[in-house]
Design a protein around this ligand. Structure first.
Ligand SMILES: [Zn+2]
Ligand SMILES: [Zn+2]
Length: 128
């Protein structure tokens, strides 16, 4: 798959049976549909809002790396982090956004250990 942001080739990592595709060029992360939920739902609770707020697009539209259709902007979590979503395929996180979403989940008392280890993994992967 190609990075929706910079066209770099996405590299797949496996974290606790969840596949995480990341772009070594720009530090973005792609999660297939349901994978973020799988990560966060192990601790129970719904983290992602069912009807996320639609964002006004200041950022340019990105294309889904799977179907190449334009993704929609969604706001996620208490900090209202702006992500790109292709319904049915997955979510795109710009550099640092996945970490913010996880920290946000953590702040709500979910998945502390999981979040710590995932944040560590991401820190190792994304050496500045
Ligand atoms: Zn990239
Ligand atoms: Zn798609």
């Amino acid at each position: 798959m190609n990075c929706p942001q910079c066209e770099g080739i996405l590299v797949t990592l496996e974290f606790d049976r969840v596949e995480i595709d990341h772009c070594p060029e720009c530090g973005g992360v792609w999660l297939d549909s349901g994978e973020l939920k799988m990560l966060l739902d192990r601790e129970g609770g719904d983290f992602l809002p069912e009807a996320p707020g639609l964002a006004q697009g200041k950022e340019k539209k990105r294309k889904c790396p799977i179907c190449s259709r334009g993704m929609k902007k969604v706001l996620v979590g208490g900090n209202r982090i702006l992500l790109d979503e292709c319904p049915g395929h997955g979510l795109w996180f710009d550099h640092g956004e996945l970490k913010r979403v996880l920290e946000d989940a953590c702040a709500q008392g979910r998945g502390q250990d999981l979040t710590d280890s995932l944040v560590r993994l991401l820190d190792e992967v994304f050496v500045p």
